[in-house]
Structures are given as C-alpha cells and as structure tokens.
Design a protein around this ligand. Structure first.
Ligand code: 7RM
Length: 651
C-alpha cells in the first residue's frame, strides 16, 4: 500500500444540525439526504430529468437526458431554452418582478439596487447593443470588468443572444487578456475605464489598449464609465457603454438555443504554460448551478445572498450569476477589498444589508483571523444563517474560528469542493442534514458519484488516501477544452479508465466523508511515505502563532524529499529559530515524526493565485534553491515572490 497517500491527522469534533435549522430546511435530516442520494446515483438520469423539469423553463422539452460517448457528454439533447430567460424573464410574471435581483455597493460607497425587471431591461438593451455591433450566436465576447452590475448585464446579454462570453478577471494583466483574446478568437471586448480596489483605481481600459496593440481581430471595445479615470479612445474601435445604450430599444426576445449551445469559456491557468479554456454549455450548467444553489445554501425567497468571489472566477459565474439568479434570489455584490477603508468592511456590509447567506474562501478567512476578532466583533452578524467556503481545504482551526466568530456557533458551514471544470458544487454538506466536521467537505451532492480510488480505479478503504474521481457524467461538467480536444481527454479522462480525474488527492473517513489532502502533484514523498500537503499545513495553522502555512518538498539525498514549511505569523508574533523549532515539534506531536518539517521558513506572505490558492509550485522551486521558471501570470502579488527569493533560512 506504499503507493497510497497516508493520513495521520485526526479530527474528532462533530457538529450536528440544529433542530431549529432542520425544521425549515429543504432537506431536514441525514436519512432524507441518504435516501435521496442513494436514488440519485442509482439512476442519475432520472434524478436530473426530474430536476430539469422543476428547476428550468424550457421552450422545448429534451428528447434524451444523457448521450454519453466518453469523454463527450450531451445533456438534454433536443431541448431548447435560454439561460438569460431562465435568470430573468421567468421572474417577471409575479411578485418577483419587483424583488431586488442585485444589490451593489462600490468600494467608495455608492449603492445601487436593480430589481428583476430593471435588470431584465438593462440586459435586453445591452443585448441589442451587441447585435448592433454584429455579434451573433456563437461569437465570443471578452468581458474585462470591475465587480459591478454591468459585468452581470454583459454576461446575461451574451447568453440572451447565444454569444459565448469569456470573462477575464479584472486583476489580470494585458498579457493575460491578449492570450485569451487570441485563443478564443473573440471580436469584441467589454470593459470599463477603471475599477476601485483598496482606494486606488485599476486601469482596466489601459490594460485592454496594451493587449490590443497590433491586434486586428478585435473590432469593437465597449467601455463602461465607472471610475472616471482618464482613458484614451481609439476612433472607430472604442465606444462608450452609456452612449450605446441610448440608441437601442429595450425589447430583445431571448434566442431559442439548443441545450448544448456553448454558454461560456472560462480560462484557468494549467500547471504548465498555456491557459485552458474550459467550455460550459447551456442547460446542464444552468441546472447544476441552480440545483446546488438551492440545496447547498438552503436558499429561500427572503434570503440576502452574498458570495464574495470575483465574477472572473468560476465561483462568480456559478454562484453570483447563474445559480442564484435562476432561483430568483437577491444577490449582494461588492466591488472592492475586504480591508478598505478598514478591515471590517465585510462585516459592515453583512450588518447593513442583513446578509443571510455568506460564501467566501479560506484564504480570506485566514486573513480575517490574522487581522483580529475586534473587526467582526464591532458588528451585528446575527442575520447570517448559512456560511460557506470554497477554493482550498479549510484548516480545522480556521473552520472553528469561522464557525464561532462569524457564524455565532449557530450557522452551518458548507465547505464546498468543486472546480472550474465541474461547474457546480460536487461535494458539500447539505445544511440541516449533514453533521459537520471541521476541515472536510463531507458528502457528495445528489447525482454525483464521487470516489477515492487507486491507480487502477478501485476504491480504497476508509482513511487511505488516493485519487479523487467522479465515476459518472454530471450535467454541469466541462464539455471540452476550447480548441484542444486532445488535452481534454488526456487531462481528465486518461488517468483512470472510465472516470473523470480531478487532479486532487483525498481520503474518506469511516463515515464516508471526503477529506481533500491537496493536489496530487503536490504530494510529498518522504522516506517512502506519501504525505498530502493539507494535513501538515493544518497542523501548523493549529499553532496559536501561525496565520498561514504552505508545505512543499525539497530534494533530499537521504529521504527522497525533505519537508519545507513556509509560514506566516499572526500580528504581534516574532519569527526566529526558537519558534521554528517549536513549530517543528508541534507538527511532530500532531501528526507524527515523519511529517516534522526539516525547515521552517518565515515569510511575510505566500504566493497565491488571484483566487487565493497558494502556489506551491513556486515555493517548491524556491525551496529547491532553483530559479522560478514556470508560468507566473496568475500570481496575485509579484512582490511576495521577490521577497521570498531574498528570504534567508531562519528555522
Ligand atoms: C471552485 C474552485 C479547483 C481546486 C480543486 C481543489 C481546490 C476547491 C475546495 C478545494 C478543498 C474545498 N475552482 N478546492 N474547493 N479543496 N476543499 N472545499 O475553486 O478550478 O479554481 O479550483 O481548488 O484543489 O481541484 S478552481
């Protein structure tokens, strides 16, 4: 069994759903979840067909639920619908017409609310703007916008006419825009003059200008005026959003589209070089995101729902736009940074708007912990009823903090595991039903046949690590990598025969709960023991001095790999050899001597992607004493990398 990833960290805390919560929840007991789950994976097609009939509005019903020709899936073939109609028009016939769809706050403090009717009107108008510029069904449109309602309007306007949007995160550079324009062969870019972040203005239009140097392919750039910063306008190419909106009618019937019509391409940085354009299609994606939004967040008509992700990330697509709006929810959207003007901005927003559902990332939670409890403690957070996390494993100590300080020991935490590729949440508690344990995403969503397997595809016994796979197709799965079928098959469908391989390592405990141990590529091999990164990191974070930790392997003659830990400390803690020794000891005690770090290196920050994931690949290159040679375009803060390179060993 030496091939398997070992697991040594034990977590015994369990939090059962409260009776009060369960009473009104969509799914109100573990038995109910289990029964529904069992049926749903026994015949997923029946489950999803029933959901599709309940959840979506169709122009024409499908003929076949699933046509599966591995690795290509077609869901609801023969069916016709429109995603924008499902998110807007369907809500206009009753009381929801005047319900807030989007409540927006800009970083400087402006406030706007758009009802479903108002949002519908804006989307129709902007769809007509796109049509005026000869954008048609199937054309690709790049959206490079700040977090403001117009970003959502642009996405839904594309969906309305069958154009394929590709949102580029507003923090990405000109280089990244250029790559994505080239790969998608887009003809039009929607952007803004600028957007606010931590008191400054990000010059979005300037980045677009740079990306478009020597570019012949882009015919039009539509510029939304947000920050009033100075920009240059290229005659004939660049037009103002507000001017364009003056010329068009508010009437734009939604195109009737095939269930499998492409909805969007979203680029994710692969581990090497070229970004992958993940393609999602209409019906299956919408169904997966809508159903999970309803059950995982236990969504109700009166909720104020806030997901803090950027719209340029899959979490923004699925859980700010398509999932919530398809359900007719009220979505809060905030433009800026959590620490502007002070570190209590998020808590201020929750109090002011009475947010009931809050969804954020472990990286943010670890930052909140570092900043201190005084910031959330200044505010009344009692409106919250469900809180969630996504993006990385959440360390049990961070989970406990989130549970008590933010959730008031009252709100279930939904730790949601999924990927850009999966489109929807795949493994997560269902609040009201699933007993929670700090650090695990718990159990699969209905219709999701997730498993932990060895290299031959056999399920491994409880508490043995292996590869996290999905054994049956699901509606919101990616359909391909844009323009690269070969890579699609190789990356996801070749590792283990007949199964989708996620790239993650995991184990299941005796209750069947999934514990993500990290990316398979990051697994360490120490003297013949295969160790996932997340347990060692969690052990470090459980020390009171530690804010954040990342563990990587360094080549070692004796052991194969030595364990190197990069650690950032909480405010007021001081780095030094003595603390380094204490941390090494702490890990040995929590997990065992095999996991004791050989080096502890203190850092001011860790290199992260824009969505907050620690980039262990870079740390590995630094720990090995080598050059950082890989792709760094997705790195959030280049200075962090520079500082780390200059760091001397302290532990
Ligand atoms: C939604 C998103 C996907 C990768 C995935 C994991 C990691 C995400 C969790 C998690 C542990 C979680 N899409 N990941 N959620 N690991 N627990 N709840 O993040 O494409 O950007 O990343 O993120 O490694 O494979 S993503």
């Amino acid at each position: 069994m030496s091939n398997n990833i070992e697991s040594h960290l034990v977590e015994n805390r369990v939090f059962k759903p409260s009776k009060v919560f369960a009473k009104t929840a969509h799914i109100s007991s573990l038995e109910e979840y289990q029964e529904l789950y069992r049926k749903s994976v026994k015949s997923p097609e029946r489950f999803w067909a029933q959901q599709a009939a309940e959840t979506l509005v169709w122009r024409k019903k499908w003929k076949t639920v699933l046509a599966w020709n591995e690795p290509y899936a077609q869901w609801f073939a023969g069916g016709k619908l429109n995603a924008s109609e499902n998110c807007l028009d369907r809500h206009l016939t009753g009381a929801r017409r005047n319900k807030a769809a989007l409540i927006w706050e800009g970083e400087p403090g402006e406030k706007r609310t758009l009802t479903y009717q108002q949002l519908h009107r804006e989307v129709c108008k902007f769809a007509n703007v796109l049509k005026r510029h000869r954008i048609q069904k199937g054309d690709r449109v790049i959206i490079y916008m700040p977090m403001c309602p117009e970003a959502v309007i642009a996405m839904l306007a594309c969906a309305r006419i069958g154009a394929v949007h590709s949102v580029v995160f507003g923090g990405f550079s000109a280089e990244a825009i250029k790559d994505r324009i080239n790969d998608s062969q887009a003809r039009l870019v929607v952007t803004a003059d600028g957007g606010y972040r931590r008191g400054g203005v990000i010059p979005l239009k300037r980045n677009v200008d740079e990306a478009l140097k020597d570019n012949e392919q882009i015919e039009k750039v539509i510029v939304f005026r947000r920050a009033h910063n100075e920009i240059s306008i290229k005659e004939g190419r660049d037009v103002w959003w507000h001017r364009e909106m003056e010329y068009v009618k508010a009437d734009c019937p939604a195109e009737e589209l095939d269930a499998e019509h492409p909805l969007f391409i979203l680029y994710t940085s692969g581990s090497t070089g070229k970004p992958k354009g993940i393609l999602h299609t209409t019906a299956g994606y919408l169904l997966g995101t809508a159903a999970t939004t309803k059950y995982v967040f236990d969504l109700r008509e009166e909720d104020i729902y806030w997901c803090t992700a950027d719209i340029g990330w899959i979490t923004g697509h699925s859980y700010i736009v398509y999932g919530p709006l398809c359900n007719g929810a009220t979505v809060l959207m905030y433009e800026g940074a959590p620490n502007w003007p002070e570190q209590d901005r998020f808590w201020r927003l929750i109090e002011e708007y009475g947010v009931t559902i809050f969804y954020t990332a472990p990286t943010a939670i670890r930052a909140f912990i570092r900043w201190g409890d005084e910031f959330p403690n200044r505010h009344d957070l009692s409106s919250l009823r469900v809180i969630g996390t996504v993006g990385e494993p959440i360390n049990p100590e961070a989970w406990m903090w989130y549970y008590t300080v933010i959730g008031g020991s009252r709100c279930p935490i939904v730790d949601t595991w999924w990927q850009t590729e999966t489109g929807m949440i795949m493994i997560s508690p269902v609040p009201g039903a699933t007993p929670l344990k700090p650090g695990t995403a718990t159990l699969p969503f209905f219709g999701v046949d997730a498993a932990v397997v060895d290299d031959q595809g056999n399920e491994v016994p409880p508490n043995v690590g292996g590869k996290l796979v999905i054994r049956k197709p699901w509606p919101s799965m990616l359909r391909t990598i844009w323009g690269d079928k070969k890579r699609y098959r190789k990356q996801y469908w070749s590792e283990i025969k007949g199964m989708y391989f996620s790239g993650d390592g995991a184990r299941r405990d005796k209750d069947g709960y999934f514990w993500i141990v990290g990316r398979i590529d990051d697994v360490l091999n120490v003297a013949g023991h295969r160790l996932g990164t997340s347990e060692i990191e969690s052990a470090l974070v459980s020390h009171p001095a530690v804010a954040e930790a990342a563990v990587v392997g360094r080549p070692d003659e004796l052991k194969g790999q030595a364990v190197v830990a990069f650690v950032t400390l909480k405010q007021g803690e001081h780095p030094g050899p003595e603390l380094g020794d204490r941390l090494r000891q702490h890990v040995a005690q929590a997990i065992g001597a095999i996991a004791r770090p050989d080096d502890v290196r203190f850092a001011e920050g860790l290199p992260k992607t824009r969505s907050g994931k620690i980039m262990r690949r870079l740390l590995k290159e630094i720990a090995g004493g080598g050059q950082v040679i890989g792709d760094v375009t997705s790195l959030e803060d280049f200075n962090v990398l520079m500082r780390l390179r200059g760091e001397t060993k302290e532990g």
